[in-house]
Design a protein around this ligand. Structure first.
Ligand code: PEP
Ligand code: MG
Length: 755
């Protein structure tokens, strides 16, 4: 059955439409388990019905016509339970419903398997047998596996509107949107501009060819170039190879010249696609033919073809790089989008960011918030390859994306965008005013910066200084570790920009989701691996160079504070302090007039929460990194879209952890700041104020919003709310409490749905 399964899955993957995929499933499943009927019912959530969408064995006229209310019959029962129903005598079951329109006679055997995606039942796959039959365990698991496969195809069809169109032919369906996660607030209208990793054939989007003849010439040049490269390679290593391996080079070169590859791609270019997109489509089509062959040797040729395709693509991309011509209102779209790709778009062109991967606490999302660019991430169903140049509306409050929206949606969002503009004008009025509660308590607001290299970071005037300067960027954009002089000039720039206000610079926090291209670390669990202080402790030369650069940069300004990331044990702090003192003494001995900066520790690992007092005893201040702390406390990868809904920095466990840190610090009279994204969330800021956190540090986009909350609230009210919040048992309850509290004082606009 495994081989049958593999083939059906492959056919479903290669189907060109949902209808095709469904027809393949019903026909092959029926045959594989020798049932009399196989049908698929899909759920129409708008009409609250299960609609017969494909069948092999029932009347074809029933497709689209048979609609069962959500909770009726055995199909409704399988969907409701989200579990398999396997009955040898269906009519005897109390939930049985006879459906005459299908032409079904009294079938007795029944197997209903729900089609589930992200805990949501999208339909039911049904098998029927005339005689009494209970389906065997291996048949059931076979159907469950295929139902899971089908779920992906259905979800995609829902997102592209294909399913809506299908339903529309049979009923009515309103305008659809793609659901992701809210990553940065705001509404944006713009044109999709797809970015993708280099030399990844599957990631190449379709794009109109501006000049087909130029594209054809580029393709021919790339093919010839790869051909010559293989010939050179074969010559170089030829003698060392066995005859059959040498023959392979010949086969590759034939493939490169084959009519099927060359002519088909040229034809696709003349049909309007650019060379890269045409190549992707041709390779996929031909590889599919090999994939379906019986002979394992011939099936292997699909791999060769894809490999050749990648080489040709690489050549084409070298010719095309760098891509330019961003639309005036660019919506950057991709599976994963790097800081570099964002930084590449001129700031006044960048309207929004949308990605299929990631979560609201990934560094990409943090960057978007800091820049004030609306973003939706984890939009898993986004058809990235087919979206280039399409008009989009991005709702960064709810994490929704509309593709080519109808006028009614466009108009509704124009109204919301106008509300937003009014809110920003209102917030603008807070510029220059102190961050002070109605009962006179000062809560300094600092800036997080460093994720983009900007000459003049946003929010300079508004902030009390820099609470977190992330130093990874200059390390990430180079092909080797930056020199002491190079680092020094970076740090000097930020220290001088904010002087005399304090600037907290964090030592290198690479690893996790911030790898260095020239320092590859391959780990199956990077967030639990070699990152932050763990790397710099093992490489004191990297650490000391960085600290030297920091101390020298601060000479004459004396506004540097130094922060250590990912601390898990007191030994790490003791070692780091020793090295910092050594650097300090060395520099003095060399004649530099450096002074010892205040040193702080980031609390972002649960172990550090429980040792906050021991850590506070060793350093001058603590800074809570709630992004990582939440990830580690809740065991939710901050970059993983599948579990992003579980990531919640208002979870009562996170609140208690922050309180425990404050208690540990208090024992030694140390101040505590919060520099994770929680600090920039107007809701969470209320609780942090109530807890007595000494300062908050956030992206520039959040400064005025949080100041708005601080200035509208008394410290005693914040304490009252905290008192209730710590008794809540879920993050949801805490969020509800805070939303109500802000709405009560007229600040509901700051907490639009989604965050
Ligand atoms: C944090 O973890 O909360 C933090 C501020 O650091 P980063 O987001 O850079 O990991
Ligand atoms: Mg962190």
């Amino acid at each position: 059955m495994l081989e049958q399964l593999r083939r059906i899955v492959q056919k479903v993957n290669n189907a060109t439409s949902l209808e095709d995929a469904l027809d393949i499933i019903v026909c092959h499943v029926k045959r594989a388990v020798r049932a009399d009927v196989c049908s698929v019912y899909l759920t129409d959530f708008d009409t609250r019905e299960h609609v017969l969408q494909a069948t092999d064995g029932l009347r074809q006229e029933a497709v689209g016509a048979v609609r069962l209310p959500l909770n009726r019959g055995l199909i409704g029962w399988a969907a409701e339970r989200a579990d398999t129903v396997n009955l040898d005598d269906a009519p005897a079951h109390p939930r049985y419903l006879f459906i005459p329109e299908t032409g079904e006679q009294q079938f007795r055997g029944f197997l209903g398997v729900p089609i589930i995606q992200n805990r949501r039942v999208l339909g039911v796959l049904v098998l029927r047998q005339r005689e009494s039959r209970r389906f065997a365990d291996d048949e059931v698991t076979f159907v469950i596996t295929l139902a899971a496969q089908l779920a992906g195809a259905i979800a995609l069809a829902r997102s592209t509107g294909e399913l809506a169109r299908l339903h529309q032919q049979q009923g009515t369906v309103p305008a659809r949107f793609l659901q992701g996660l809210a990553a940065a607030p705001g509404i944006a209208f713009g044109t999709a501009y797809v970015v993708y990793p280099p030399a990844d054939l599957d990631a190449v989007p379709d794009k109109p060819a501006t000049d087909p003849e130029t594209e054809c010439a580029a393709l021919r040049e790339a093919l010839a170039w790869v051909d010559a490269e293989i010939a050179r390679f074969a010559e170089r290593v030829g003698d060392a190879l066995r005859t059959e391996d040498r023959a392979l080079f010949g086969a590759w070169r034939l493939m490169l010249k084959s009519e099927s590859l060359v002519d088909d791609t040229l034809e696709r270019i003349r049909g309007g696609n650019w060379a890269q997109g045409a190549l992707r489509a041709t390779v996929a089509a031909h590889a599919r033919v090999f994939d379906e062959m019986n002979d394992p040797y011939l099936r292997e040729r699909a791999t060769d073809l894809r490999d050749l395709g990648r080489r040709v693509l690489m050549r084409l991309q070298n010719r095309d790089a760098p891509r330019a011509g961003y639309p005036p209102r660019t919506v950057l779209v991709g599976d994963e989008i790097s800081a570099m790709q964002i930084a590449d778009v001129p700031r006044d062109c960048l309207a929004a960011i949308v990605s299929t991967a990631g979560s609201g606490s990934s560094h990409m999302a943090i960057l978007a918030r800091g820049m004030g660019v609306p973003a939706a991430v984890g939009v898993a169903d986004l058809p990235v390859g087919r979206i280039e140049g399409r008009e989009l509306v991005v709702d960064g409050y709810r994490g929704r994306v509309y593709v080519s929206p109808p006028p009614s949606v466009q108009a509704e969002y124009e109204r919301l965008a106008a509300d937003d503009l009014a809110l920003s004008a209102e917030l603008d009025g807070l510029r220059g005013l102190p961050s002070e509660t109605t009962d006179g308590y000062q809560l300094p607001l600092f800036l997080n910066t460093g994720l983009v290299s900007e000459q003049r970071p946003l929010g300079i005037e508004e902030s009390a200084g820099v609470g977190l300067y992330r130093t990874e960027l200059p390390f990430m954009v180079r092909d080797r570790f930056p020199s002491e002089a190079n680092q020094m000039s970076n740090y000097r720039h930020v220290l001088a920009t904010f002087a005399p206000r304090p600037v907290t610079i964090r030592t290198l926090d690479i690893g996790g989701d911030k790898p260095l291209p020239y320092f590859p670390v391959s780990e199956s669990n990077p967030f639990l691996g070699w990152r932050g202080i763990r790397i710099t402790r093992d490489h004191p030369e990297i650490f000391m160079t960085q600290v030297r650069a920091m101390l020298r940069a601060a000479v004459g300004l004396d506004n540097l504070q130094l922060l250590l990331p990912m601390i898990t044990t007191v030994d790490e702090v003791d070692d780091a302090l020793l090295l910092i003192r050594r650097v300090h003494d060395d520099l003095l001995a060399e004649g530099h007039e450096v002074s010892m900066p205040p040193i702080g520790v980031m609390i972002e690992v649960p172990a550090a929460v429980y040792q906050a007092d021991a850590l506070a005893r060793r350093v001058e201040f603590l800074s809570i990194g709630t992004n990582d702390l939440t990830q580690y406390l809740l065991a939710v990868d901050r970059n993983n879209a599948h579990v992003a809904a579980l990531y919640d920095d208002l979870h009562p466990a996170v609140l208690r952890a922050v309180l425990a840190v404050l208690e540990g610090a208090r024992a030694h009279g140390r101040e505590v700041s919060v520099c994770g994204e929680m600090a920039g969330d107007p809701l969470a800021a209320v609780l942090l104020l109530g807890m007595g956190v000494h300062s908050l540090s956030m992206g520039a986009g959040s400064l005025l919003r949080v100041k708005g909350v601080v200035r509208s609230m008394s410290r005693s009210r914040a304490r009252e709310l905290l008192h209730i919040a710590v008794q809540c048992e879920t993050g949801r309850a805490v969020r509800r409490l805070l939303i109500d509290a802000l709405e009560e004082i007229g600040l509901g606009g700051l907490v639009r749905p989604g965050r």
